[in-house]
Write a protein that binds this ligand. Sequence first.
Ligand code: BGC
Length: 607
Amino acid sequence: MNNTNKVSILVLTILLVGTGAVFFIFNFLQKKPDKLICKNGYFKDNNFAYFNESLPIETRVADLLDKMTLEEKIGQMALIEKNSIKNTMDVASYNLGAVLSGFGGKPEPNTPQAWLAMVQKFKSVSQDTCLGIPILYGADAIHGHSNVHGATIFPHFIGLGASHNSDLVYQVAQATTEEMRATDIYWGFSPTLDVALDNRWGRMYETFGSDTDNVSKLGQAYIEGLQNNSDGKLAMLATAKHFVGLGAMTWGTSINKDYSIDQGTTNINEKVLRATHLPPFQKAIESGVASVMIGLNTWQGEKLSANSYLINDVLKKELGFDGFVVSDWYGVYEISPDKYKSLIKSINAGVDMVMLPFNYKFFISNIVKAVNSGDISEAKINDAVARILKAKFKLGLFDKNQPLIPDLSVIGSDTHRELARQAVRESLVLLKDNNKTLPLNKNTKTILIAGSAANNLGVQSGGWTVEWQGIDGNWIPGTTILDGIKKSVSKNTIIDYNLDGNFETQTTQADIGIAVVGEKPYAEGWGDEANPSLSNEDLATINNLRQKSKKLIVVIVSGRPLNIKNYAMNWDAIVAAWLPGTEGQGVADVLFGDYTFKGKLPVEWKL
Ligand code: BGC
């Protein structure tokens, strides 16, 4: 072989070996290691005891806790609003325990598919970590999975409160769980167990009303409906909120300058607090509620989220609550102007999970600092994290056989809408009926319909529907009350509709006039209202209709009793429809006698 050949072979060999080496290194870098090396020296391993379904949950929790670093534990205590997570990988880097969609915190487009993809993305990042602890994803499904466009919107709780029907409430909760689970969400911030005593409060409609026993009974049914599962695991984590006494806040005490009563002070003594407001929580614990949310109110000069007596002593020790305690929206930072002091106060008071450190890096580093300096004991952290992990185990999130995700078609399904329609029927309260005006005859010759809530799915659904403050108009699927009436009458009935009751061309009086009027959607303190009543526009509409109808029925769509005493004298019948949601046909079903009025007032309504 001559020298030229030798050089060529050498070059070729170098090239081949070099390419092979580059290829090998490239592949090595691309390949995920079979085992993640964790900070504490553990390797992710499916044989860890905590993955073993046959072991008791307590053993699994202890095993997992034992393998966690302090940072990993503290990450579990954070509940972050999804829009403040700019990089999804932060879920893994900061070991975040839970993510929520604050109301309106939806994917684009707002479709069930996009919800599922969004939640699963967060979940898979959380599982692809050292210890593989799945996040919890939470949402306010307070009248159905109502963030999601196309979901079944059930009547708000005030209407379910009027039904006084636990079986119905149980079924509504089960349907809600099914729609949520279809999007892989396992944590609902519901039910509201506040005993609402003041109709000026913008959150009265989120409650089952002002009767402690009714709130307790329906609250239990709702929790069991959300959580129960045929396989013994939890189907969903329910949240009993807001602990405690929100329904008795005093007008004018809100700490929020835009509100009047919401986020205010509960000026009652402990005896009244225990007699009226505590029992629904006691019952919720008996039903095995997985989490309790702390209110944003103040009692005896202290924010609830700083109240060690009520959280540590009453809720956890005395009532024996063994789930986890979550704070409400930024509440823990309102304790003192010093955020660090605020945080340690609330965690020492018994808050296990904090909603929501927008700045989770600050949260984690400060809690680490607090533990290292002894401001928070490690035992407190261990207790909080054990409670959170226990809930995750109870859902079966660590198990080989993962909970089945229902098909997305359950969202807004006919079966659920039929149930919602039944719930509407059972929630209606007949406030007044002179001369047996109701039920109406389906063969009535002429009917005039008017009013701001007659043809508006947004208005009849109220706040917490797609947007926090609700929506206006007919752009979610459902049946308006107007359409429901049209479908109920005979083909010979002539129906005329005008928003403002402007029927000037009508020369003779119609047999029946139906005014469907009420409140525009609102949520939380934005709905605080010194004199809840009908608007001048609604009153003008009713007057127009009165003149053009032999008999007048007024259907009130509202989240609370309205002050109508001064106007109602010449109305023949009045129906409280509350906030029925998407299935307006249920209102017509009862107006036309297919079903009788069953609802009873869940709150006082002076007429
Ligand atoms: C409300 C809670 C709700 C939370 C999360 C807060 O403003 O008070 O009831 O669960 O937001 O959306």
